[in-house]
Design a protein around this ligand. Structure first.
Ligand code: SAM
Length: 239
């Protein structure tokens, strides 16, 4: 069975992605641990260390889902708005925040491609494992640029393609055969996880994505591969 994502029209992608995350929302956090062997926690810790949120800074965590990045940044004193297109993901995040006693976050249902925030509202924009799900990435980058203040930073954490010899083959086999099976066992949903694997494969290479960030107007763009590029951190400045 194929998810058929490669054949869908752009307008339909957003709806399909919506269904994927509605299906997995309740099991999303447990699945992340299962799929990555807990490694997503280390990648997120590393990402937030690089972002270096400061007390009082206003940060937009786009595609923030169930709050993993926002919680880490709020712990450092930043004022974080978690925005996501999927209300089910945000609801799970809100429950988690209440359980953790974190009440400083703002939760907002938004499409990354057309944000309701005013120009120059934020000191930093973060997006973790989110941008590959967006239908028009260039529009999301343009919106990131618009809502950032001058001197503000764009930070993206996303799966990419590892350059480590041998590891890529192992990872490909794992993601194609095992990930949908784990998805079926834990979340009762193989197709959603097939989509997620497919979306990683189709995402632009590290240099191509860096160029897209530059094309949106950001300067001093950088890319930092993790595990040879299995995951990558991209960043840029609005000068
Ligand atoms: N950032 C969180 C994390 O690292 O755990 C969640 C990542 S989750 C893999 C991807 C998120 O992107 C989902 O919550 C999904 O609803 C959201 N998303 C997909 N398309 C979006 C869009 N166009 N605008 C905003 N959020 C979107």
């Amino acid at each position: 069975v194929s998810f058929g994502y490669q054949n869908v029209a752009p307008a339909e992608k957003t709806a399909r992605v919506g269904a994927v995350f509605t299906n997995v929302a309740r099991r999303y956090d447990i699945m992340n641990d299962a799929m990555s062997g807990g490694m997503h926690r280390l990648w997120k810790d590393r990402f937030v260390r690089r972002v270096k949120p400061r007390g009082g800074e206003e940060i937009l965590d786009m595609a923030g889902g169930t709050g993993d990045i926002a919680f880490r940044m709020a712990e450092r004193g930043a004022r974080v708005t978690v925005a996501d297109i999927n209300q089910d993901m945000l609801d799970v995040g809100l429950d988690r925040a209440v359980k953790r006693g974190i009440d400083t976050l703002v939760w907002s249902c938004q499409n990354a491609e057309s944000l309701s925030f005013a120009d120059q509202s934020f000191d930093a924009y973060t997006i973790a494992f989110g941008i590959r799900n967006v239908t028009h990435i260039d529009q999301a980058l343009a919106e990131a640029y618009r809502v950032l203040r001058h001197g503000g930073r764009f930070w993206c954490l996303e799966f990419s393609t590892t350059q480590w010899a041998g590891f890529r083959e192992v990872y490909d086999a794992y993601s194609h055969h095992l990930v949908p099976r784990i998805g079926k066992q834990i979340a009762g949903d193989a197709d959603s996880y097939r989509y997620l694997v497919e979306s990683i494969r189709r995402f632009p290479t590290m240099p191509a994505f860096q160029q897209m960030i530059e094309a949106a107007g950001f300067t001093q763009t950088r890319v930092e591969p993790i595990m040879g590029g299995l995951v990558a951190m991209h960043s840029g400045w609005k000068t």
